[in-house]
Design a protein. Structure first.
Length: 83
């Protein structure tokens, strides 16, 4: 049995609202992390920031979504190691 068009429109509207809420949660999470990393204090063009985020996203996608190692906030990955 086919759904009436009104029911399909209602379902689309409900899904669009769910998408909007999910995107808001994701944006808030990424924003909080970016602020903790100090990005709020850096003057950078949006295009350059977007390119940097895309690079980071690509690295995580290649690694299956996991970071290779955890680094404490404010520390660099090589901190505390002497050659």
């Amino acid at each position: 049995m086919k759904k009436p068009s009104r029911q399909i429109r209602d379902e689309i509207a409900r899904l669009q609202e769910q998408l909007k809420q999910a995107e808001t949660r994701e944006a808030e999470r990424i924003g909080r992390v970016a602020l903790k990393a100090g990005l709020g204090e850096i003057e950078i063009e949006e295009a350059a920031l977007l390119a940097a985020f895309e690079e980071v996203a690509g690295r995580f996608r290649k690694g299956g979504g996991r970071a290779a190692k955890t680094v404490a906030p404010g520390a660099s990955a090589g901190a505390g190691h002497e050659g």
